[in-house]
Design a protein around this ligand. Structure first.
Ligand code: PGA
Length: 247
């Protein structure tokens, strides 16, 4: 039985190592009592190396496309690894909104994979249109990002996060039926881009206003887990999600 993967994207919600440590202490207690769930935590860069070890993985929210040199403010994949990261989120919509285009997201993805990190590649449409534009948009994001990644296919996770459903409450998250349809579409697209065998093995996560009250139906749509934003920064709401997701 495969565990469900729940990735906590802390964004800038948890700001100090002290608060992060308190969260992790409570998280460890929770994880000791539930089964069938795997938790990965993506804190801000400054907190990443301070997190205590445990039965969860630590990763970054962003990775530079560059490996070294004169790139002020950037953090490379190998620097993340040496700080304790085993995965990183790539192409989150909040980074894309700051100007990261598909081509740069592709470079970031490759630099993460080449350094041995697992990459959680985010894709998502800004809006839904009657003519099915959102499908073409997701396909284009995947097509550009996944050029040349065949050797690393087993290190890729896709996080589908429709932008219109991010940062709201559970009532405004995507409806499970719509998600099911998109998961089938992403699987089909991955099969075309990286081959059927590899494509069908790539885990797909859903993200966007996931809370304890809506995660169970969202998990019955063919996804392997969830990428959680605001509800991952508060241990009570995150615990509710883990309880609802356990097998
Ligand atoms: P949210 O964020 O859960 O607060 O909607 C999800 C994300 O942006 O990854």
């Amino acid at each position: 039985m495969r565990k469900r993967l729940i990735v906590a994207n802390w964004k800038m919600y948890i700001e100090t190592p002290e608060r992060a440590k308190r969260f992790i202490t409570a998280l460890k207690r929770k994880l000791a009592r539930i089964s069938g769930v795997e938790v990965w935590v993506a804190p801000p860069f400054t907190i990443l190396p301070t997190l205590p070890k445990g039965s969860y993985k630590v990763g970054a929210q962003h990775v530079s496309a560059h490996t070294d040199g004169a790139h002020t403010g950037e953090v490379s994949a190998s620097m993340l690894k040496s700080a304790g990261a085993s995965f990183c989120i790539v192409g989150h919509s909040e980074r894309r909104a700051m100007g990261e285009g598909d081509a740069l997201v592709h470079e970031e993805l490759l630099s993460a994979l080449k350094a041995g990190l697992v990459a959680v590649l985010c894709v998502g449409e800004e809006e839904r249109r009657d003519d099915g534009w959102h499908f073409a948009h997701i396909e284009a994001q995947l097509r550009t990002a996944l050029v040349g990644v065949h050797p690393f296919a087993h290190k890729i996770i896709i996080a589908y996060e429709p932008l219109w459903a991010i940062g709201k409450d559970a009532t405004q998250a995507m409806q499970p039926q719509m998600l099911e349809e998109m998961v089938i579409f992403i699987k089909k697209t991955l099969s075309q881009l990286i081959g059927r065998e590899a494509g069908l093995k790539v885990p797909i996560l859903y993200g966007g206003s996931v809370e304890g009250s809506n995660c169970a139906p969202l998990l019955h749509t063919g996804v392997s887990g969830l990428l959680v934003g605001h509800a991952s920064a508060d241990i009570d709401s995150f615990s509710d999600i883990l309880t609802a997701c356990k097998k």
